[in-house]
Design a protein. Structure first.
Ligand code: UT7
Length: 317
């Protein structure tokens, strides 16, 4: 039996920081409101020249170094992103060029904040069907490029970054299971419509935050049960929750459902904001770098986002 195992993790954050105090200068908001309602204190913002593939490339390079393999050994690149460099070619193809490799398949997937979980799920199947041996799964987003910085309900939330893993064929079990879902009927609650503003087409995020919040919390409850039942595991078997970072109050609600102390939850939202597809691999790398997540630990990753899409991955690291 072939399993897929994470053998390398890397991440990248753009240099520029945007703090709540910075946002107070241009918006009718306060550090106190943002901190108490979201848990966010600051977020990283890509420069105008930095594209999503640049962030993804840096994260991928770090993951490949961490995996101690040669770049040429990568035989599939999957990039989960909502903010591709261009409509085409795919950001994955741009990352492939930046890594200096040729011929392996490379494609993007679009599942907004659940994109990394979708990517892991696809990559796991490629490995288990012996179709690839070393897959780069990258979550990368430049959400600042689709954020309306005059809209206080959105401008405070989003950040930019990238995280990547090398997922490899292994005799040891790494990914225990993945579960992915979608329900398109809620499109209007969280989307990027095309609007005519003056003579220009504007495409920025629009969200009915409190409605999304309620559905997210209820759905994440079900995700947790689904992952545990599928693997006949108990809540207490999980060493770390590595969640999508949308709102500290959503993280707290999921931890409560798991009867888990917040000490067992990897939290980066205070420093990263919501980086969409990048948030889970960024949190994973943060948990490893800080010495919390160790080899052999059982990790539950979960996400909910636009689409709506949602999903989980249960992983023995
Ligand atoms: O990652 C994809 C999935 N996304 C999510 O899961 C996000 C889910 N939603 C959320 O995290 C929260 O709903 C938000 C953080 C977006 C908003 O928090 P909330 O507690 O749901 O606030 P709200 O939208 O119900 O607004 C409450 C009040 C409103 O004022 P009134 O109508 O009560 O007078 C807003 O106008 O807070 C006001 N408000 C703000 N005040 C100060 C909204 N944004 C701000 C702001 N600063 N930045």
């Amino acid at each position: 039996m072939i399993f897929s195992k994470i053998i390398g993790v890397g991440s990248y954050l753009p240099k520029k920081l945007l703090t709540n105090k910075d946002l107070e200068k241009s918006l009718d908001t306060t550090d106190e409101w943002i901190t108490s309602r979201t848990g966010i204190k600051e977020r990283h913002i890509a420069s105008p020249e930095e594209q999503t593939s640049d962030l993804a490339f840096e994260a991928a390079r770090n993951a490949i170094n961490n995996a101690s393999i040669n770049t040429e050994e990568i035989d599939l690149i999957i990039v989960a992103t909502t903010t591709p460099d261009k409509i085409f070619p795919s950001t994955a193809c741009n990352v492939q060029t930046k890594l200096g490799i040729r011929n392996c398949p490379a494609f993007d997937i679009q599942a907004v904040c659940s994109g990394f979980i979708y990517g892991l799920s696809i990559a796991d199947k490629f490995i288990k069907t012996n179709s690839a041996k070393n897959i780069l799964v990258i979550g990368a987003d430049s959400m600042s490029k689709i954020t309306d910085y005059t809209d206080r309900s959105n401008a405070i939330l989003w950040g930019d970054g990238a995280g990547a893993v090398v997922l490899s064929a292994s005799k040891k079990q790494g990914i225990l299971s993945t579960h992915i879902h979608a329900d398109g009927q809620y499109e209007e609650l969280l989307h990027v419509p095309k609007r005519n503003v003056g003579n220009k087409i504007q495409q920025t995020i629009e969200m009915q935050g409190s409605q999304v919040f309620k559905i997210a919390v209820n759905t994440l409850d079900k995700i947790v049960d689904e992952a545990l039942i599928a693997n006949q595991l108990q809540k207490e078997d999980i060493d770390w929750l590595v969640p999508h970072q949308a709102n500290i109050r959503i993280l707290e609600a999921t931890a409560k459902k798991l009867e888990m102390s917040m000490d067992k939850v990897i939290v980066t939202i205070d420093r990263h904001g919501n980086t969409s597809a990048a948030s889970i691999p960024l949190a994973l790398d943060d948990g490893i770098q800080s010495g919390k997540i160790k080899s052999g630990h059982l990790l539950l990753m979960e996400a909910f986002g636009g689409g709506f899409t949602w999903g989980s991955a249960l992983i023995r690291y």
